[in-house]
Design a binder for this molecule. Sequence first.
Ligand SMILES: Nc1ncnc2c1ncn2[C@@H]1O[C@H](COP(=O)(O)OP(=O)(O)OP(=O)(O)O)[C@@H](O)[C@H]1O
Ligand SMILES: [Mg+2]
Length: 376
Amino acid sequence: MENNKQFEQQLAAFLKDSQPNIVQKWLSIAKLSKEDPYYEEIIQNGKRTVELISHYILTEDESWIVTLTKKIATERIQANVNIGEFVANINSGRSVVISVLNESDFNRNDLSRALHIINNYFNSYLYHSVTEYTKLKDSIIQDKNLFIKEMHSDRLTILGQLGASFAHEFRNPLTSIKGFLKLLEDQPNEEALRKHYFEIINEEMNNLEEKVRQFLFLSKMRGIDDAPTKLNMSGLLEYSVQILYPRLLESNIEVSTDISSHLTVCGVDEQLKQVILNILINSIEELNEKNQEPRTIKVKGFVDDDSVVTHISNNGKPIPSHLVESIFEPFISTKELGTGLGLSVCKQIIEKHNGTISVRSDEDETTFVIKLPHSS
Ligand SMILES: Nc1ncnc2c1ncn2[C@@H]1O[C@H](COP(=O)(O)OP(=O)(O)OP(=O)(O)O)[C@@H](O)[C@H]1O
Ligand SMILES: [Mg+2]
């Protein structure tokens, strides 16, 4: 026993003295890059590894091996070194220590005991290094997977919303084109009327084309920067009513208009048209649910102080009070095929034009009120 202790102390002392030599030899054969961000630290780690052998010989304590290998594995991952290189360098360390021992004065018997201890040390060192390295790599892969998953679900949400608004914006011009085609079919001989209907169909086709362009633009995540121009709301209101003519006719809806002629605002024509159409179409859809006549829509346009005010009213069923608060929020819809985006888009557009949009609804009438700054 005493003999054992003496030998262990001798071996520990020998390795301590040989440390500079061992580290030197190891550095000359290890696969290391001068570009390694931890290059200086690697030399220190080499010294610590040899120092730790002496400690291990005297105590057989593995806890320090765990601590050191944890530190080194973290650095190797950060330096982006692959596990093959990492393991090869540890084994080079083992070879160097063994070759230095072989050149020592230890007798055969002591040498064999020394080799046994050194191999145990490096086996434990290797085991903890690889375990730690793999654990860290796994957690990095898990983080990456999570990131990919989250990104994927974000994309799906955006795609879903984009798809819903796509459907919404396409339905209006398509329904309108369908309506005018039907009218053309029914009135083949009235040349002037045919020409007028074709013009509207053409206009709506351009509208569709423009929407495709806008969506492609949006899908590339860029903003649409339509330049606002000076325009007359009265023309815009008249046009919107006109374009819905086939649907108004089909649903037997009377439209009365009271629109002043000078309603100048500064805005994006296409966007404001979309607001008026969304509100008019909601009104038509609401009146379609009403069994008794008359079904009426009133459109008013006038100037009040510094505002151009538009009222669009219908005499359908009132909006339930619990809905009035949230009606401009996206995805609020009472319709089977509704996207619930129509009014939220209206609100977005009007607010971008520095205006306001509101609704009031009672047993007699539902009225949407739009106020836009009057442009002189
Ligand atoms: N004029 C109206 N009269 C009564 N309720 C209305 C009127 N306009 C809108 N609403 C109510 O507000 C909800 C939201 O309207 P919005 O235009 O945002 O979506 P939607 O019409 O349901 O769907 P989409 O516009 O995609 O067809 C409607 O489902 C309806 O319940
Ligand atoms: Mg709608």
